[in-house]
Design a protein around this ligand. Structure first.
Ligand SMILES: [Zn+2]
Length: 430
């Protein structure tokens, strides 16, 4: 074990540091979520989205105080369904290398804030941003950028994300005036955007500061698309005209086959938002770091909506393809670490292929896939020192976090210690 650790650290020390990092997270997506989307979306040539990626691993997501057990996980499938992480603890592990209690965003088990990846990269002078199919203040995008002991404190988290000068891009749902079908509401709900005063000053172009820049608000699909090319504002808040999800909560039969129900045409796809975000940050001479989340994969999985889950995974995969093409066009592929993974599995999706069913409505401890390419991706292989009998080599989500945070801040190791019983998971978590 020591020899392997030494090898890992040597590789890390000798590896070229990525100038840019793009972290894609399909929230709630295990191996079969990816597989179900692949089967539905199969190209006639058999081409797959992640063909040719040099790093293909599995990742454990078990919460503080629990360790993934590859024998129990397959011998007693119920084992995976107990004591799983929530998205807050998972994103904390992935952006800091520190395991913490559920509900906490970049705050360790003792309650001490830990600097998350977005802030590390911003401190290194890089442009940073988050993009999601759910409100940008939800746990996964929030844990990239801010420390907060309560992931549910949405208005305060929104104000931190929009107010402290670190982030250059926030994009997602959360519009105060539009529901999940785009209808104008009679009463606004400002919880996802920091309250009425913050929203009003964002609309007026007065949110921000002279040195950090003022936020430019975009909301319509045409505005998002237009941002994909050409000159871009310095800081962009993209709040699509949807309250909680871009597509997943829209009207129509939620149990229909994928893409059988009409899609909303007035909101951007995740790919359109991601390309807009890339265009905002790509001019920074120091580089950039983006987190791009397929957040509603998790929502569909909690609700057992297989068709909508496949829609969300397809939207996510399209975003990965679009960003890779965008990086290639800009000549940035060779200096960008791209990682695609999940924060945890949700729903215990099971076969037989392709007639999948969800066995629970909760998160599980099943391994999730991890694909990576670009400078620094070899370190992830070196850290994958455990082997699952079905999924093969795997690393832990805090090892991914240690790698990503270390890419900007020097070598890091995982921190998995905490007070006994500090995993506070109870009942359903998001
Ligand atoms: Zn969830």
């Amino acid at each position: 074990m020591f020899a392997q650790l030494a090898l890992s650290l040597c590789l890390a020390a000798g590896a070229p540091a990525p100038r840019n990092i793009v972290l894609f997270i399909a929230d709630g997506a295990g191996f079969l979520h990816y597989e179900a989307a692949r089967l539905h979306d199969e190209d006639p040539t058999g081409r797959q989205v992640y063909d040719g990626w040099p790093v293909r691993l599995a990742m454990s997501t078990a919460p503080l105080g629990v360790q993934y057990d590859p024998q129990l996980a397959w011998r007693e499938p119920d084992w995976c369904d107990r004591d799983a992480t929530d998205s807050a603890a998972a994103i904390t592990a992935m952006t800091t290398g520190v395991k913490t209690a559920n509900g906490r965003l970049a705050v360790d088990p003792q309650g001490v804030p830990v600097t998350p990846l977005g802030r590390i990269m911003a401190a290194a002078g890089k442009a940073t941003g988050v993009v999601s199919t759910v409100p940008f203040t939800h746990a996964t995008p929030a844990g990239f950028a801010v420390s907060h002991a309560d992931r549910g404190a949405y208005p305060e988290i929104a104000r931190l994300m929009l107010g402290d000068g670190d982030l250059d891009v926030v994009m997602g749902a959360g519009h105060p005036w539009h529901d999940d079908d785009g209808r104008r509401c009679d009463v606004a709900d400002y919880r996802w955007v920091g309250g009425a005063a913050t929203w009003d000053s964002l609309v007026a172009g007065q949110l921000g500061a002279a040195d950090a820049g003022y936020w430019t608000l975009v909301s319509t699909r045409a505005q998002f698309r237009a941002l994909g090319n050409g000159p871009a504002p310095r800081r962009v808040a993209g709040v699509a005209m949807a309250r909680e999800t871009l597509q997943e909560q829209r009207d129509g039969d939620p149990l229909a086959a994928p893409f059988a129900e009409p899609r909303r045409e007035d909101v951007p796809s995740l790919a359109e938002m991601a390309l807009a975000a890339l265009n905002v940050v790509d001019g920074d001479p120091d580089g950039f770091c983006l987190l791009i989340e397929g957040g509603a994969v998790d929502w569909a999985s909690h609700d057992g909506r297989l068709g909508r889950m496949i829609e969300e995974m397809t939207d996510f995969n399209r975003a990965v393809e679009a960003v890779l093409a965008g990086l290639d066009e800009r000549g940035l592929l060779g200096e960008t670490l791209v990682v695609v993974t999940a924060d945890h599995e949700c729903g215990h999706l099971a076969g037989p292929v392709p007639a999948y069913v969800f066995l629970t409505g909760e998160h599980t401890n099943s391994l999730v896939p991890l694909f990576a390419r670009g400078p620094g991706s070899g370190e992830l292989v070196a850290r994958a020192m455990e082997t699952d009998p079905v999924r093969g080599p795997y690393l832990d989500n805090c090892e991914l976090g240690a790698t990503l945070a270390g890419a900007a801040a020097g070598l890091r190791s995982c921190r998995t210690e905490g007070p006994a019983g500090s995993n506070t998971n109870t009942g359903r978590s998001d």
